[in-house]
Design a binder for this molecule. Structure first.
Ligand code: HEC
Length: 138
């Protein structure tokens, strides 16, 4: 029995180390289906495209130049800070903050809000997937 529990535990740990947990993977799969519907040439999300989405600057909701990194820092393993409220934000990188990208509702809520902050619109399925692959790689 003990061996069985140990085996299960190791299995769960290895799932989390490599990929997304099952609910997050299901969300990623939904985004993939939507991305394919929007573009038949779509094959998979790409962390490199996600990096550009994350680091590039745009005139955001407040009328000033802003990027995702403005709040989350260019180094995702370090803490970020909201430049307006000065509130500290815990690191976005799952390697530094294992609770990141584990709760689908949380991820959906903040992607919607944060894309609006920076891009003044909701992200497309492909943009969301790309940026999640980028964050996951950190
Ligand atoms: C105005 C500041 C701000 C900007 C700009 C911003 N974020 Fe955030 N983001 C936050 C805050 C605040 C939270 C919620 C607090 C927390 O989770 O630490 C958050 C949470 C998140 C989460 C939730 C992660 C999780 O699993 O807990 C993701 C994903 C995210 N942001 C991605 C982005 C992306 C992608 C962009 C650019 C399109 C972006 N953020 C731009 C402030 C910002």
């Amino acid at each position: 029995m003990k061996k069985y529990i140990l085996g299960m535990t190791l299995c769960v740990i290895s799932i989390n180390a490599g990929g997304f947990n099952p609910p997050m993977q299901a969300y990623i799969n939904t985004l993939k289906t939507q991305a394919k519907q929007a573009d038949t040439g779509f094959s998979d999300f790409d962390a490199k495209r996600g990096e550009k989405i994350f680091l590039s600057k745009h005139i955001g909701k407040r009328g000033t130049e802003v990027s995702c990194a403005s709040c989350h820092s260019q180094n995702l393993t370090s803490a970020g800070k909201n430049p307006v409220t000065n509130k500290s934000i815990k690191p976005l990188a799952p390697s530094a903050n294992p609770s990141r990208l584990t709760e689908v509702a949380e991820v959906q809520k903040w992607l919607k809000r944060n894309f609006n902050d920076v891009y003044k619109r909701e992200g497309t399925a492909q943009e969301k997937g790309d940026v999640l692959y980028y964050i996951k790689s950190k």
